[in-house]
Write a protein that binds this ligand. Structure first.
Ligand SMILES: NC(=O)c1ccc[n+]([C@@H]2O[C@H](COP(=O)([O-])OP(=O)(O)OC[C@H]3O[C@@H](n4cnc5c(N)ncnc54)[C@H](O)[C@@H]3O)[C@@H](O)[C@H]2O)c1
Length: 353
């Protein structure tokens, strides 16, 4: 127990809640990192953790990341996370999800649940049966529906802001961009980039998917093993985390890294240093992939499409501020983003007391 308080203290977490309902088989954790800016939003992640302490660590890490993501994008939301310990393919059912909904409801709006790995919009509907504190509902329940288009739009602005910083122009025409992973977000990003005549290369471990997307958007297919060696303006990681690491940076030929994947940097400190030494510009992942979170915020606030688009467009100016601060203070762009996010929380905390 001591170590849990130590972990919470190290990352300045406010609360950690546990729910154990043996009758329905629910073992769940809700972590609230910081509610200075507003209620803590977070996805419901369902995975078969082998040890509850792993689930606690994940909940703490994920909730802190959301605090920073909300802060840097100007949202009035805090960071949270919900974890259900169990195999989402076999152990998920209506009673379990509704029980989680009751758990969320018991926190009186301090936590707002959305979807994450192992949960779907259908699951969120079950949670919604028991609590109104949810975001990311389907369109037929007046929700934002599929958030992947919003995520792609944010990445698109992040790429444009990075181009502006490096070349003095944010025009995409003729710029060479490789999109690694053309799944839900990657495909929509390819569409946006091609509309403005960027020269787009697409890679995916599923060859059929890669060929389909290449043909649909008149992009060029490349083998996924060759992504890092391509001489391009932008490398957009849109598959899994950790693809930017000392080994891959060693062979990279791109000028900018800007994509949708979460936790792109493995060994953050060392990798940031190597990126810097190579003169590669890095648009922080948690800032430019915030479009989905922004759309959930819009749903909570009852905003229409126009306001949602405007909030997502802010990613452009936020990315520029981060890159400029990074240059001026000779710090990594991740450090610059973290500093801006922390300062906003610090300032707002003063007026909330
Ligand atoms: N879905 C969202 O709203 C959202 C929001 C923010 C961030 N993200 C992040 O963006 C990334 C993509 O999300 P998604 O919803 O499009 O996922 P997805 O599963 O629909 O797509 C991922 C694609 O990457 C491919 N892939 C996996 N490993 C690869 C590799 N080594 N090389 C090339 N391709 C590979 C897969 O075959 C798949 O087509 C994830 O990291 C996710 O966490 C998603």
């Amino acid at each position: 127990m001591n170590s849990i308080f130590q972990l919470m203290g190290e990352s300045s977490h406010q609360n950690l809640y546990f729910c154990n309902d043996q009758e329905v088989g629910l073992q769940a954790i809700i972590a609230i990192h910081d509610t200075t800016l507003g209620p803590a939003i977070g996805g419901v992640r369902m995975l078969p953790y082998s040890d509850p302490s792993e689930a606690v660590e994940d909940a703490l890490r994920l909730s802190k990341a959301i605090t920073y993501k909300s802060a840097i994008t100007g949202l009035n939301l805090g960071g949270g996370s919900a974890i259900i310990i169990g195999d989402h393919r076999t152990a998920k059912n209506e009673a379990l999800l509704r029980r989680l909904g009751q758990f969320v409801e018991s926190l009186n709006g301090t936590f707002i649940a959305s979807i994450d790995v192992g949960t779907t919009q259908k699951d969120l509907e079950y949670i919604y049966t028991e609590t109104n504190y949810v975001a990311g509902l389907p369109n037929n329940l007046n929700g934002v529906g599929d958030t992947t288009g919003f995520a792609a739009k944010g990445v698109y602005y992040g790429i444009k802001a990075s181009l502006k910083e490096l070349y003095g122009s944010d025009s995409l025409a003729g710029r060479k961009i490789v999109v690694q992973g053309v799944g839900s977000v990657g495909e929509k990003l390819v569409g946006l980039l091609r509309t403005e005549n960027a020269r787009v290369y697409v890679a995916d471990t599923t060859e059929e998917r890669m060929l389909k997307i290449a043909a649909k958007y008149r992009a060029e297919p490349v083998r996924y093993q060759q992504v890092h060696e391509l001489d391009v303006d932008v490398y957009a990681p849109c598959a899994l985390g950790g693809t930017v690491n000392p080994e891959s940076v060693g062979i990279m030929q791109c000028k900018i890294i800007a994509g949708a994947a979460n936790n792109q940097l493995r060994d953050e400190e060392e990798t940031s240093k190597l990126i810097n030494e190579k003169g590669i510009l890095y648009a922080p992942d948690y800032l430019i992939n915030a479009g989905a979170l922004i759309s959930c915020y819009s749903e909570i606030q009852g905003y229409g499409n126009e306001r949602t688009d405007a909030l997502i467009e802010n990613i452009y100016s936020a990315t520029r501020s981060v890159l400029q601060k990074s240059k001026e203070e000779q710090i990594s762009s991740m450090e610059a983003a973290n500093k801006i996010a922390e300062k906003r929380i610090f300032d707002i905390r003063k007026i909330k007391r």
